[in-house]
Write a protein that binds this ligand. Structure first.
Ligand SMILES: *Cc1c(COP(=O)(O)O)cnc(C)c1O
Length: 389
């Protein structure tokens, strides 16, 4: 056992809920109204203000939010939706779940997001929408995205699950664009434990989203009810909403902390590589973007060609040193369901390579400065020990 293994375990992420949040949850529980009610309304209003006045509706999770976005856009059987193969599988699962067909475009190896230069090649008469994902909170080039959508008459459903707090040239992601979907799952920068929200274009879309959120129901007068569309049960509770209200207040502090930690990662990793005479190591760092990204994650690409171990072994050795890591994500088209549907990982070679080599290092507001040094030294030490001869 090394000395470092005696140090406390660092998970790859950890939510931050302060005492005021915990007290507010207790207050909702005692109030007599725990499901969707006044706190949800307050949260939706606060989110709408945050997004420059655009309508916002909340849902039980990010997956339901994206599915309802597709339904609001009227996407269903026979339609094609262009997306990325490097995402949480929810992205393409929701496309399948409304009966549409995901069309996967390779990623840019630097940003690790969908390569917008390759989108036009796959547009057919059936294409209805583009669903980009902002991996680790780094947006795509929004000017390029919306120029493409306009040129080809497509809807855009932004899977901004990881991009709450991200920006595009000084404008918040969500305050611009078409339908923009966020997740408030426990690992995200702003969390309601589970939850999500959709930024919409107008009140008509918002009304439709409300129907899809609750059994398709509309109410009139004291006792009138009608159901015109098939909706599910995807509402966000007041318990979750009150957590979101408190997280929203803390967001600037969370963001500042994430950025500061990410900056340290760049400095420390580069210094450690230099000190170990390992500058030839092809350990790829993320785009050094402190303008647009919200630093949802800090992900490296392992130089697997230069190592005599695989990613799983690197993760195991880090875990033995008390450091948690994650894989976000394996290539979606490699999953059995998608293979059975006829997708091939080889048609998107950048995604194929990056799905195998990407590794998420710990990054969350509650981390200590010295954790960064410990993680960087541990990772580089492991890589050095397993260099091919
Ligand atoms: C988290 C996430 C989702 C799904 O959100 P849930 O709230 O977990 O349903 C979808 N897409 C991406 C890229 C995500 O990171």
């Amino acid at each position: 056992m090394t000395k470092e293994s005696a140090l406390p375990f660092i998970p790859f992420t950890r939510p931050s809920f302060d005492q005021a949040t915990i007290d507010a949850v207790a207050e909702v529980l005692r109030s007599g109204w725990v499901t969707s009610g006044p706190k949800l309304a307050e949260f939706e209003t606060a989110l709408s203000e945050y997004f420059g006045g655009r309508p916002v509706r909340c849902f039980a999770n990010g997956t339901a939010t994206m599915k309802i976005a597709l339904q609001v856009a009227g996407i269903g059987p026979g339609d094609e939706v262009i997306t990325t193969p490097i995402s949480w599988v929810a992205t393409s699962n929701v496309i399948l779940s409304v009966g549409a067909t995901p069309v996967f475009v390779d990623i840019d190896p630097i940003t690790r997001n969908i390569d917008l230069n390759k989108v036009a090649n796959v547009i057919t008469p059936k294409t209805r929408a583009i669903m980009p994902v902002y991996l680790a909170g780094l947006p795509v080039n929004m000017d390029h995205l919306y120029a493409l959508a306009k040129e080809h008459g497509l809807r855009v459903i932004e899977d901004a699950a990881q991009a709450f707090g991200s920006q595009w040239h000084g404008q918040k992601i969500g305050s611009i664009g078409d339908l923009v979907s966020f997740s408030f799952q426990a690992n995200k920068n702003l969390s309601t434990v589970e939850g999500g929200c959709l930024v919409l274009n107008n009140l008509e879309e918002a009304k439709l989203a409300e129907k899809f959120r609750l059994q398709g129901l509309t109410r009139q007068g004291m006792d009138g009810m009608d159901v015109e569309v098939l909706g599910g049960k995807d509402n966000l509770t007041d318990v979750n909403a009150v957590i979101g209200l408190h997280q929203l207040k803390q967001l600037p502090a969370f963001q500042a902390r994430r950025s500061a930690l990410a900056k340290q990662y760049f400095d420390v990793i580069r210094n450690e590589l230099k000190a170990a005479n390992l500058e030839h190591l092809k350990l790829e760092l993320p785009v050094e973007d402190f303008t647009h990204s919200n630093w949802h994650m800090f992900q490296v690409l392992l130089p697997l060609d230069q190592l005599n171990i695989d990613r799983a072994q690197v993760m195991t050795e880090l875990k033995d040193l008390g450091i948690g890591t994650g894989v976000h994500y394996p290539i979606i088209t490699g999953f059995t369901l998608y293979q059975k549907l006829g997708y091939q990982t080889s048609s998107t070679p950048n995604a194929q390579r990056i799905g195998q080599s990407i590794l998420t290092l710990p990054l969350f507001p509650g981390m200590a400065d010295e954790d960064i040094g410990r993680i960087a030294r541990s990772l580089i030490g492991i890589l050095k020990n397993h260099l091919k001869k």
